[in-house]
Design a binder for this molecule. Structure first.
Ligand code: ZN
Length: 477
């Protein structure tokens, strides 16, 4: 009697024991150790491409279905793949089309997959994940009103149909997409979105297909240049799509496709904010060099949210629809999407230059750029400031990131003059959009020294590193 009882007990214990996440022999997979989000990403993992098919059967509800195939490479042997995922329930995982074991851990927000053999440097694999249900809920650490990052559902209201879209920066993409959700791992995307008939889907990249299948329509978008995961834009609404003539400001004079998406009954005052998009694209490509992508436009969304520079198609909430914000998001296509922060503390390099573009636009309109800079300086004097590398999530999008960040570029311009400043910006974009397509604060400072000299680097470094606010730099007087 005893022995069977014991073994039954042992069996019960064994089956109840959690499956070890790792074979005992290999160390646990390392994350990318971001100073602000230490849990994100997997060290050594390189996602080259995401091929995503989302089905949004009922826009305005939180339900989604997804099938994604990631093209993987690695820079070290990986016995397991640990993707960021706080998403809907996982139904199947395949490695090169073969079913493989997986474990979805909600607490860690990780989906761990064990391939038949380790992924090795020089190797490649296709990892497919099928999932369906409700995207995870992730609260933004710093936005003044509570903000859920990632998948957004806008319920139907009165005559207005429901809508769905994503708003992910900094770390919301893994609420709807299993991903290496860190800006240092940029990738290309193919995004297919199936929506009920009558709806329009829009996403980052060029529209490369549309199939009407009776009750549904499926739209395909190709984002052929690598972007960070947070910059993937996806939108579903009864949009009015407005096409404009393509303009030749792209790489090598390439024509940039121009399209905007407006929800039905968008007021004329809101649309007015986007009338000068072509003019801004021309001005900024003079300063920054060729526009880095194949398309540009906006998707207007109705909830009160921050605007976001989603690649080739900025997310513009109604309440953010001003020409100033519109220009800011255009500038992010270079600074943020083409040249991407290597870690989250480096985000000031994106926000500082996007804010600086507002000053350049002001000057273009005949306004006083120096007065614009003086206002930033006064704001920071009043509110207080900090060195530019953020140390806490609450600092990522604060006044210092934007306005002290912008003044750092103003200081460089004051030091070297307009012509050299333009040369610097164009060389900076060329240099740091190549390769991994990322820039860190130390790499930026080294580049300032290399291109503009030790004196310029010294004055820029004060803006980056000193606890106090340096005096207002003066340009052009
Ligand atoms: Zn910005």
């Amino acid at each position: 009697m005893r022995r069977p009882l014991l073994s039954l007990l042992a069996l019960a214990l064994l089956t109840a024991a959690p499956v070890p996440a790792q074979p005992a022999s290999s160390p646990p997979a390392e994350t990318l150790r971001d100073p602000i989000f230490p849990g994100l990403g997997q060290a050594g993992l390189d996602v080259r491409h995401y091929d995503l098919h989302l089905t949004v059967a009922e826009p305005g509800t939180r339900e989604v279905r997804g099938v994604v195939t990631l093209t993987l490479a690695s820079t070290r042997p990986l016995a397991q793949i640990r993707l960021d995922f706080l998403g809907p329930g996982v139904e199947a995982v395949r490695w090169n089309d073969r079913a493989v074991p997986f474990q979805a851990d909600e607490t860690a927000a990780k989906l761990t997959v064990t391939p038949p053999a380790p992924l090795r440097p020089g190797g490649a694999a296709r990892l497919t994940v099928e999932y369906a249900g409700t995207p995870g809920e992730l609260e933004d650490p710093d936005f003044p009103t509570p903000l859920m990052l990632g998948w957004q559902a806008v319920p139907a209201e009165g005559a207005r149909a429901g809508a769905s879209f994503v708003l992910s920066e900094p770390n919301g993409t893994h609420t709807f997409l299993p991903s290496n959700d860190h800006p240092s791992d940029k990738a290309t995307f193919t995004t297919r979105v199936t929506v009920p008939r009558g709806y329009v889907a829009a996403a980052s990249g060029l529209e490369t297909g549309r199939v009407d299948g009776g009750d549904t329509s499926t739209f395909t978008f190709t984002q052929g240049e690598p972007i960070p995961t947070y910059a993937l834009g996806i939108f579903v609404d009864r949009f009015l799509r407005v096409d404009e003539t393509a303009i030749p400001v792209g790489v090598g004079g390439r024509a940039v496709v121009r399209r905007d998406f407006f929800p039905p009954e968008t007021p004329g005052t809101v649309r007015a904010a986007y009338r000068r998009t072509d003019e801004a694209l021309r001005l900024l490509s003079e300063w920054f060099g060729p526009y880095p992508f194949g398309a540009y436009g906006v998707a207007v969304v109705t909830p009160r949210l921050p605007a976001l520079e989603t690649a080739t198609l900025s997310t513009m909430p109604l309440n953010m629809s001003t020409e100033r914000v519109a220009v800011h998001e255009i500038a992010h296509q270079w600074f943020g999407n083409a040249v991407t922060p290597a870690t989250w503390p480096d985000v000031w390099l994106s926000e500082g230059m996007a804010a600086y573009a507002e000053l350049l636009w002001t000057e273009h309109l005949g306004g006083d750029g120096q007065a614009y800079a003086a206002r930033w300086h006064a704001n920071l004097t009043r509110a207080g400031t900090r060195p530019l590398r953020a140390t806490r999530a609450e600092e990522l999008f604060d006044l210092s990131t934007y306005q002290r960040g912008a003044l750092t570029f103003h200081a460089l311009r004051a030091e070297i003059g307009d012509a050299a400043f333009g040369d610097f910006l164009r060389a900076y974009v060329t240099r740091f959009s190549a390769g991994a397509g990322t820039v860190s604060t130390p790499a930026f400072l080294a580049f300032v020294r290399e291109r503009a000299g030790a004196e310029a680097e010294k004055s820029v470094r004060r803006w980056v590193e000193e606890p106090e606010l340096p005096p207002l730099p003066v340009v052009g007087r």
